[in-house]
Design a protein around this ligand. Sequence first.
Ligand SMILES: C[S@@+](CC[C@H](N)C(=O)[O-])C[C@H]1O[C@@H](n2cnc3c(N)ncnc32)[C@H](O)[C@@H]1O
Length: 189
Amino acid sequence: MQGSSEVAVLRLGHRPGRDDRMTTHVGLTARALGADRVVLPEEASGPADTIRDITGRFGGPFEVEVREDWRPVIRDWPGVVVHLTMYGLPVQAVEADVRADHRDGPVLVVLGAEKVPFEVYDRADYNVGVTNQPHSEIAGLAVFLDRLFEGRELDREWEDADRRVVPKGTGKQVVPLDEEGGDEAGGTE
Ligand SMILES: C[S@@+](CC[C@H](N)C(=O)[O-])C[C@H]1O[C@@H](n2cnc3c(N)ncnc32)[C@H](O)[C@@H]1O
């Protein structure tokens, strides 16, 4: 997020077809809730395109990277590695330590799809559970990012969007934006 060290999300594993929606939502959740980048497996080129398309329309900055091999990403990460797993330490017990580490450098958040190899548990600086119950990588990521940023991500500003949602109690309103990011006069979609 703007003004802080990088937060990247690494998605391990992707079964084309079956995982398309989950992987897309991992990327969209990472973007919407303050991460700077998502790293996806090469099988996930379709979800990568969808996430880039949404970023182009609703703004960034947010990077989508597709990698053949995730191992170097974890091995060479220059900051702390946080692996989200139902077997990890409770997020509420470690969040302050992770925030302190994030003040000094980047954070890599690792999410699985199928069984996660043990080397990931071993390499991680933090194995973190969002509850110790089985659920979803999308839910785990959302809770973790909100704890990491302590809610500040909800107020982030978006750059280079071509449209903006106008929050409404009822109904839907989207206004097109001009090149400077201002509302085009009277425009609605
Ligand atoms: C559907 S789970 C599959 C986990 C797989 N059975 C395993 O043993 O690693 C997919 C991913 O969701 C995330 N996840 C599931 N439950 C979680 C929890 N309670 N806390 C944090 N992350 C969780 C983990 O990143 C996990 O790799």
